[in-house]
Design a binder for this molecule. Structure first.
Ligand code: BGC
Length: 530
């Protein structure tokens, strides 16, 4: 055999083959080592990932990053403060001064999936605004058509009447397209209005303050349902607003329609807030009846937690800067440390600080000192960039590089990318841990063996680690006897408002016209014709 081998493969070929094999092996070794080193350097948990060329600079960076870290002890202290603030908001004696308002939503019945009827909904809570037509078919089945409209910046900060007229114009356009105008039917409407409102009944709620960049004139202290209904009547369309709900309440209701164990509603998006089911006995501000069910959903407005200074010890100079340059300084302290409206800006301020102190993007300072590039400008680092940067695994940092180019940093180095990713991870992790601590207070307080948390919002949906970090923090904070899980709600806030409006229309028929009663009546609704 060997002879045959020698004969059939000439010496030259063998040596060239060996050379190729040796070359291949060497290349593999070199690349393998490079990849290994790269991975070790880029690994988030590896301390060397934070090493920068100059160890002193590295310590400076580490100091900044450490100021964002919160251990379990700190979180437990925050939980204790939050619960005290919640009790202050619920008590009639302290409610006025309390920062967390704990507004009773007047929603007391949790849906069981059997609700039927056709309802309209408006969902306003950010720069987008949705109009929905919803058919509740019973058996937890919902059919939905919807359209998204933009709320122009001018309408967000202009005259209040103009805002409500704009909403109704969009509603009328949608109804026309869906052939709902002049159909001889007056449709009940659920209004999801995601701003702090002191509710006086299901269909009357006074705005206490604007958040999330809105500041329309002549709306604070006004009944928002009335402002909407006035605009509807002025337009002469066949709609009656039957209920107003916060987006957290809408989310809880929509999830409960599918999963009755849902007892918390959570929003992690442009803003943040939570609601939960509270015993009536614990709600000192409740003026309604004490009939069964002896419970009411409380819209916490937890975004205002810390407005009395109780979170100052964990705030950084970047948080203070974000607050000072916002439209509502001194307000929504917790929200400003967690939500999507502010996360990108916190990261930008940290990066800019490190850049100006020549700790990051070495050599770039002069080139980009023209103050025109996004890194120098408020809002220049979008929160979606935080998610994009954090999706990078390994050593290539292709997403991070793209983001950095977008904000005006050409040819960032490997070290630059490692540090920027590290900053994004710490800022979003702090937010997730704070939200987790808030939820742990609610779960421990309700004392139910199992709780489903209905959740919605862009941070929860699109950030690659938010949910995991939040869950991890909760594992250390929730009493071991209680189990919890998250249920993502699709179109939750709009659907939930429709559910509340549907139940309101059933329970308070005097609110509605004969036609409305007909449409929600099982015998005449389309639902029954199935
Ligand atoms: C508002 C809440 C809302 C939350 C999430 C906050 O800014 O005050 O009412 O639920 O944003 O949209």
């Amino acid at each position: 055999m060997s002879l045959v081998f020698v004969e059939t493969i000439p010496y030259n070929s063998i040596s060239s083959l060996l050379r190729k094999v040796a070359y291949g092996l060497a290349t593999t070794c070199v690349l393998g080592t490079a990849v290994y080193i790269g991975y070790s350097v880029a690994s988030p948990d590896n301390h060397s990932s934070k090493r920068y060329r100059n160890p002193e600079l590295n310590d400076e960076i580490e100091k900044v990053v450490s100021s964002l870290k919160l251990n379990d002890e700190q979180l437990k202290h925050i939980m204790h403060c939050l619960e005290e603030e919640m009790n202050a908001g619920l008590s009639s004696e302290t409610h006025k001064q309390a920062t967390i308002k704990m507004f009773p939503s007047f929603v007391r019945h949790i849906p069981d999936g059997t609700e039927r009827g056709q309802v309209l909904a408006l969902d306003l809570g950010g720069t987008n605004f949705r109009v929905l037509s919803i058919k509740l078919r019973g058996n937890s089945h919902i059919e939905l058509t919807s359209k998204i409209f933009l709320v122009p910046q001018s309408a967000m900060i202009g005259d209040g009447k103009r805002l409500f007229r704009h909403l109704v114009e969009c509603l009328a356009e949608f109804m026309k397209k869906e052939h709902l105008l002049q159909s001889g039917i007056c449709y009940p409407l659920g209004f999801t209005f995601s701003f702090p409102c002191k509710q006086e009944s299901l269909a009357s709620a006074r705005l206490t303050t604007w958040t999330k960049g809105f500041s329309c004139a002549d709306v604070i202290n006004e009944d928002v349902v009335k402002l909407l209904q006035d605009a509807i009547d002025e337009k002469g369309i066949n709609v009656k607003c039957a209920a107003l709900v916060n987006d957290t309440v809408g989310t809880l209701m929509a999830c409960a329609y599918k999963e009755p164990a849902t007892s918390i509603g959570l929003i992690l998006g442009t803003g943040t807030n939570a609601c939960y089911i509270e015993d009536l006995d614990k709600v000192g501000t409740w003026n309604g009846d004490h009939d069964e069910p002896k419970q009411v959903i409380i819209n916490m407005e937890w975004g205002a937690f810390g407005d009395n200074g109780c979170l100052n010890h964990i705030r950084t100079k970047y948080d203070e800067e974000v607050d000072l340059s916002s439209i509502n300084p001194g307000q929504q302290t917790f929200e400003k440390m967690i939500s999507g409206m502010y996360m990108g800006e916190i990261v930008r301020l940290i990066i800019l600080d490190l850049l100006q102190r020549e700790l990051l993007f070495l050599g770039h300072r002069d080139t980009y000192g023209d103050y025109k590039t996004p890194i120098y400008n408020r809002g220049g680092f979008y929160t979606k960039f935080v998610s994009t940067v954090e999706t990078d695994e390994g050593i290539k940092f292709s997403n991070t590089r793209r983001v950095l180019e977008d904000i005006g940093i050409r040819n960032p180095t490997f070290d630059d990318c490692v540090i920027v990713q590290h900053i994004c991870r710490q800022v979003s992790k702090r937010a997730a841990r704070l939200a987790g601590a808030g939820l742990a207070v609610l779960i421990n307080r309700m004392g139910k063996p199992t709780v489903t948390i209905g959740v919605d919002g862009s941070l929860y949906r699109y950030h690659p680690r938010f949910k995991r970090n939040m869950e991890r923090s909760m594992e250390g904070l929730v009493n071991k006897d209680f189990k919890f899980k998250f249920a993502l709600s699709d179109d939750g806030s709009g659907k939930g408002a429709a559910l509340v409006a549907c139940v309101a229309a059933h329970n308070a028929p005097e609110l509605l016209t004969k036609h409305t009663r007909e449409i929600i009546d099982d015998k005449t609704s389309e639902a029954n014709s199935d």
